[in-house]
Ligand binder design. Structure first.
Ligand SMILES: Cc1cc2nc3c(=O)[nH]c(=O)nc-3n(C[C@H](O)[C@H](O)[C@H](O)COP(=O)(O)O)c2cc1C
Length: 149
């Protein structure tokens, strides 16, 4: 009986610990004005910490690359809204998977908007300290590389 309790407890602990990431690429809508973009960024920076979502939104040359990390239900619910959002188009899903550890939990900000090359270079340096046996940080590093060009 005690063993059973230990095993179910162990599974429950692992389930609670399990987190999820979604990563996608998209193109900004042509009609989107700079002021509207700034308002969207402000909204995201205010909302994601409340949802305990970590990650980054890279914006460069009218493209978005977003990494969202958090509880599976929270991430799926948010992405359902994002994919219907008319402020971007041509959404290409890149990652939709469970993760053992969040990359952005210990980054400068738990959720960052990255617009300059310097922002992305700092993230690239941070990612180069990761253990590359782990596929997730390795994939993210590969994905941000074109934004450094
Ligand atoms: C490229 C892009 C990225 C977005 N990222 C987020 C995000 O990380 N967090 C968030 O709350 N909303 C984000 N949004 C906004 C959502 O699509 C949506 O407008 C917002 O969650 C409010 O939805 P609601 O009014 O139905 O609650 C993003 C929108 C776009 C176009």
């Amino acid at each position: 009986m005690n063993d059973l309790r230990l095993i179910t407890g162990g599974f429950f602990y692992l389930y609670k610990k399990m987190e999820h990431t979604i990563c996608y690429l998209s193109k900004q809508a042509e009609a989107l004005k700079d002021s509207e973009l700034e308002n969207l960024f402000k909204y995201i920076l205010a909302t994601n910490p409340l949802l305990n979502i970590t990650g980054a939104l890279l914006h460069n040359n009218a493209f978005f690359l977003q990494v969202l990390e958090g509880k599976k239900e929270t991430i799926k619910e948010l992405f359902a809204k994002i994919r219907k959002d008319k402020r971007h188009k041509n959404i290409l899903m890149i990652l939709d998977q469970k993760i053992e550890n969040r990359i952005f939990q210990n980054y400068e900000a738990n959720f960052s908007i990255m617009k300059s090359k310097a922002d992305i270079e700092r993230l690239n340096t941070y990612l180069s300290h990761y253990d590359f046996e782990n596929k997730y940080p390795k994939n993210i590093k590969t994905l941000i590389e074109p934004f450094l060009l």
